[in-house]
Design a protein around this ligand. Sequence first.
Ligand SMILES: *Cc1c(COP(=O)(O)O)cnc(C)c1O
Length: 382
Amino acid sequence: MPHTNRAWIELNPTALADNLSLLAARLPAGCRLMPAIKANAYGHGATQMAGLLCAAGIDAFCVASAEEGAQLRSAGVDGQILVLGYTHPDQFCLLHQYSLTQSVVDADFAAQLSAFGAPLCVHLCVDTGMHRLGFSWQDIDPLRQVFALKNLQVTGMFTHLSSADGTTPSAIAFTHTQSDRFWALVRRLRSDDLNTGAVHLLNSAGLLRYPWLGGDFARVGIALYGLFSTEAERNAASAKLRPVLSLYARVASVRTLCAGEGAGYALAYNPGEERRIAALSIGYADGLPRSLSGGVGRVLLHGQFAPIVGRVCMDQTLVDVTGIPNLHPGDIATLIGQEGTQTLHAETLASQAGTITNEIVSCLGQRLDRVVADCPRPAQTG
Ligand SMILES: *Cc1c(COP(=O)(O)O)cnc(C)c1O
């Protein structure tokens, strides 16, 4: 049944299951999936996604912050939860209370974390050339010293690939360089009889394009949601990933714009002839980029494309519906997803907005309900 809200996100559990099996089939031997469900599961809804993933047997997750980890635990997730990003000392208590695994990025942070006093599990984050977070791959002693800290138990070690999605010879060479640096370090620590625990380096692009780089976990984010960062990647990909998320909004009103009249802020839409326009109950506060204003973006209504006109507002968006008959308040517009034979990919929206798909979905707003579909949404009739 269509949802009653003004605008909402629908999750397709069949698409998710298909993506999981497609990705699982590409895992190197001994490697498991550790879905990245940070940023509210890339906007999909962290608790909804965690529920579906737990039901599918996934038992390891990564998030960006201790608060995100605590939220998952409170929602009943009992697998391993790795916090990839920074945690302030005032929040170390969350790590302990919710049994979260924290990444440690340098010697000072490791010492601070150990000084908290409670036993904590950690994964060592190694910088193999991305230069964002982590211990330098060139400097083994600070890493060795973490194993000696009283309250920290090292249960894993990882690095992040900066260029696994790149297709240039230098991007490919750099991905191999990062992997070589990482595995050399793992071997050296193990030759000192240090137990590195689970080691991991693959993200989505890593798993899809370099599965042989190995590891115990693949930290898949974007691919799991059936998305590619760009349209070009979707077109080039051999993997048939299916988008999990659709975005819908209700038509709030339909009216005729007479010749000479303008619509929306600054009357920015002034076509100079009679048109039919509709107001949709979704705006930039819901994550619909304002840069789609003025005919850049479009939506699907009754199976036809309608351009976004005028300026996208905080809570509303105008579309030109001339030529789409029998449109009424309460009708459903598709902003991302499939309607009949037509599809609006999140990748297309990202390209129109001048960004990547990851930013589009992760910025989808808190006002949108996230509902899990029981079955595909019935076709809408005019
Ligand atoms: C976000 C993130 C991932 C997931 O990346 P995708 O490209 O979405 O698969 C993996 N590892 C780290 C450290 C991350 O920050």
